[in-house]
Write a protein that binds this ligand. Sequence first.
Ligand code: MG
Length: 256
Amino acid sequence: MKIARFASPGEDPRFGVVDGEDLVVLAGDPMYAGYETTGERVPLRSTKILAPVIPRSKVVGIGLNYYDHADEMGQEAPEFPVMFLKPNTTVVGPGDPIQIPPVEGEIHLEGELAIVIGAVAKRVKAEDYADVVFGYTIANDVTARGPQQSDGQWTRGKSYDTFCPIGPYIETELDWSDLKIQSRVDGELLQSESTMQMIHKIPELVAYVSDVFTLLPGDIILTGTPAGVGPFTEGSTVEIAIEGLGSLINPARARI
Ligand code: MG
């Protein structure tokens, strides 16, 4: 099932299940309130699709989690997942502008499969990971390479406002074992790789991350990016597509 969070003009955000060209409107947030419908159908084209979730406490990033990406960054494949945090103020939705801050160095896209957590998750065993996963979506782990390198750690480079576009939907049923991830800037293909190339897989990531801190419903884990990360600039259109999840498209603009 594909879940969208959307807003019609002048209304508060609501949730719906994608059904062809329409949304079947839900009575509440399905993460908490289930799938009771209001009986309404809204055409997708008449609504603004929003980020499908706003993480309640955190976006957890996993660095260097594809063999070929670790290689292109000149790093060894890490024995354990490399974790970092992005604040939830980085999150924007499909079509929202990525605002490019005035910093030295290139701004890069990183196309990633994102896990959406659906329950309080603390020290979850790898074999139980599915119990705490609500679904999956697409993320762009936008990164300012200059600050990432000059600061010696990643917080600033990963955390500017708008640096985590997600969406367009949350897919609650997904076989994530072999999905193609493709990233494009203005139509030019930069990344094309299967999630099979992930070093630390999703059950292990949920176990590892939830051993460190408690995850809350709505929190997100970004599972890492394949090789081919590359720059975009003001005026670019950035697209991340993942098989089964659709396509996340954002324009890039100078920060206002
Ligand atoms: Mg990343």
